[in-house]
Design a protein around this ligand. Sequence first.
Ligand code: PLP
Length: 404
Amino acid sequence: MATINRNYLKLPGSYLFSTIGRKVKEYGEQNPEADIIRLGIGDVTRPLAPSIIQALHSAVEEMSKEESFKGYAPDLGYEFLRDIIAKKDYQERGCQIQADEIFVSDGAKSDCGNIQEIFGVENKIAVCDPVYPVYVDSNVMAGRTGEYDVASQRFHGVIYMPCTEENGFMPELPKEVPDLIYLCFPNNPTGAVMKKADLQRWVDYAREHKAVILYDSAYEAYISEEDVPHSIYECEGARECAIEFRSFSKTAGFTGLRLGYTVVPKDLLVEGVALHSLWARRHGTKFNGAPYIVQKAGEAVYSLAGRKEVEEQIAYYMGNAKIILEGLQAAGFEASGGKNAPYIWLKTPNCMTSWEFFDMLLEKANVVGTPGSGFGPHGEHYFRLTAFGSRENTIRAMERFKSL
Ligand code: PLP
């Protein structure tokens, strides 16, 4: 008789974005004339840059000829891509990361969700609250947590690190020592960033306690300030305690193409075993490589023209972020983020719950955002807006906020 993985049953009801989708659909059906502006889900809207499109076309062309056709890609990624990533994203920033420490994948979500497989089920995880839900849910599915507690909206057996207004949305080093620490900076959903000296404290803490940091820097390309590290490997000793996830999704608009990578330094040992070899084994067994044409498109992101084009796109989104942040502040809202990240985190007015504010905003302004409580209990009374809309819609949304 087959049985199910009962850990899946611990996961509470509906996924945040499906609830938002349902509410917006219902509202749209009841109010067909409503001109709804979506600043909720974190998906990009600008088309792919010309250099990327060109690389895709020529890679497709190669696939059409016997002499240049490509079948299965190497499961850890093509060398041309791993080499350029190591050089441009790491070595030129002073980080000692080699091409064979980079594992190319179909995006950061799968890697962030799958990485837990190489750790023992008894490991205790620490996550920020609010948090990108994948870190917690993937560990729940693996049986690394207890049951969900409806009252506290938390899973037993997980160390939650509150990120609040009082601590500047920065997690504090946990008193109860975790084995695995998930950090994401620039942060989704708060848009907060960690300065280098602060991140160094986490690296030192992890090394002292033999913990591993799982560092998600999917939004690294949005950093504009000087003393904010782009990679955890800018910190001393991080090669011995940290894995880093990167994505081409928000950097270069690959949300639909799918490309990302994970860095596992060879110096990172747990119980004397190199995590590099475990992740290589896992990747080789369960993943058959990102498509050649997509990896060629990824390579184009690092060309002179490609780099310039994606920087222009990021500047466009960050222009939106500035409009949102300043627009909200002018309309009397408390808001943060939006300076080194495409997310703006605003406090709901008059102690409204995140969902009350969602409903009010949808009905009165026809603007869709994301309720902060969907990212964890400390997200309650907050709301996330994204800078990924069009400039025109962003400006219109802010005008509507002013007349709320
Ligand atoms: N990590 C964070 C923090 C994200 O916000 C996202 C996407 O929204 C991802 C990872 C997933 O990135 P990808 O599109 O590469 O799977």
